[in-house]
Design a protein around this ligand. Structure first.
Ligand SMILES: Nc1nc2c(c(=O)[nH]1)N[C@H]1C(S)=C(S)[C@@H](COP(=O)(O)O)O[C@H]1N2
Ligand SMILES: [Mo]
Length: 320
């Protein structure tokens, strides 16, 4: 496959320092004609929380509540990240490579009605409405860490169902060994798909069936007690917390069971930097930066990264 990789592709994969975030936020607000005075200059303070996140990002108003019991089995020693941070700082290249512009650009995306397709090595391929699927699944809330390969991280209460329950329901044939997941293709609504046409859209990811049926793997349909906002991958996305964030594909339209190992988006785009498994590993540096520590997006603090992002007890046996 021939992909034109422009110079700019490096930018989003480079680790952004808090100062850079502050400047990009200022640029964005200046573009909207909004003053930055309200933020003061404390955001530049050493190791300080980022004041730019004091504002509520677009897309959070009027999301229907979605209550589910929190599963106490999955605990995180760090506090839950403020929602305005998780909903205001996003990787979602279909909309923008600028993390702080995704929320605004995704605000009018039509994430309902939404059809989901189940295809490939299954007893009965089918299509159904996302809410019909959600009604058949047992919802729960889980607090998980999310660690991007760029080294930023957040802690989020997600609402959803175990991917294992979905796999059981979909009835894959015995020939199925992988699950391939594909995002939407709607360039008229997603400016990133128009303006970054060199990427192999739509976004695609995959897991082995053993990974997909591991108890941690979750299909997420809500966060912070309400429906998922568009910027976080409405109406449904994957969360595999022991892997770098790019595996957790957003806004899924297709689940395809396959015999052979499917490709994944970032491995196709930059094969020497992103592999298929992408398990969080502090001992293996990215070619352009260390993975030993991560940056809490809310506080700016550096924290040591754990093997499998802290989930070794659940998944290490998959890779022995
Ligand atoms: N469809 C799609 N899914 C995606 C991405 C994307 O660009 N497109 N980015 C990935 C990356 S790199 C990360 S770190 C997480 C970010 O999820 P969040 O914005 O909800 O924190 O989404 C992942 N899922
Ligand atoms: Mo990421």
């Amino acid at each position: 496959m021939l992909i034109r990789v422009p110079k700019g592709w490096e930018t989003p994969e480079r680790e952004a320092a808090p100062e850079e975030l502050y400047r990009s936020r200022r640029r964005f607000l200046a573009g909207l004609g909004v003053g930055v005075g309200a933020f003061g200059l404390t955001a530049l303070g050493l190791g300080r929380a980022l004041d730019p996140f004091a504002e509520e990002p677009p897309g959070l108003a009027d999301l229907p509540p979605l209550k589910a019991r929190r599963n106490p089995k999955y605990t995180v020693e760090r506090p839950i990240t403020a929602e305005r941070v998780v909903a205001g700082y996003n990787n979602f290249y279909e909309f923008s490579t600028d993390k702080e512009r995704v929320a605004a650009l995704a605000a009018r995306f039509r994430s309902r009605p939404w059809e989901v397709e189940i295809a490939g090595e299954v007893e009965k391929p089918r299509r159904l409405d996302v809410d019909e699927l959600i009604r058949q699944m047992p919802l729960e809330e889980r607090v998980y860490r999310l660690r991007c390969v760029e080294a930023w991280s957040v802690v989020v209460p997600w609402t959803g169902f175990p991917l294992a329950k979905f796999v059981e329901w979909a009835k894959p044939k015995s020939s199925a060994r992988f699950l391939r997941l594909v995002s939407f293709m709607r360039p008229t609504e997603a400016p990133g798909q128009r303006e970054q046409s060199w990427y192999p859209w739509p976004y695609f990811e995959a897991l082995t069936l053993a990974e997909a049926t591991n108890e941690l793997a979750m299909i997420v349909v809500g966060s912070y007690g309400h429906r998922l906002p568009n910027q976080n991958g409405a109406p449904l996305r994957l969360i595999v917390p022991w892997k770098y964030g790019f595996k957790s594909i957003k806004s899924i339209v297709r689940f395809e069971f396959t015999r052979g190992q499917p490709k994944n988006f970032w491995n196709v785009v930059v094969p020497n930097e992103y592999d298929f498994y992408a398990n969080v590993d502090p001992t293996v540096p990215h070619p352009r930066w260390s993975q030993a520590t991560e940056r809490d997006v809310a506080t700016g603090q550096r924290i040591p990264t754990k093997p499998f992002n802290g989930y070794a007890e659940f998944v290490a046996h998959l890779y022995r």
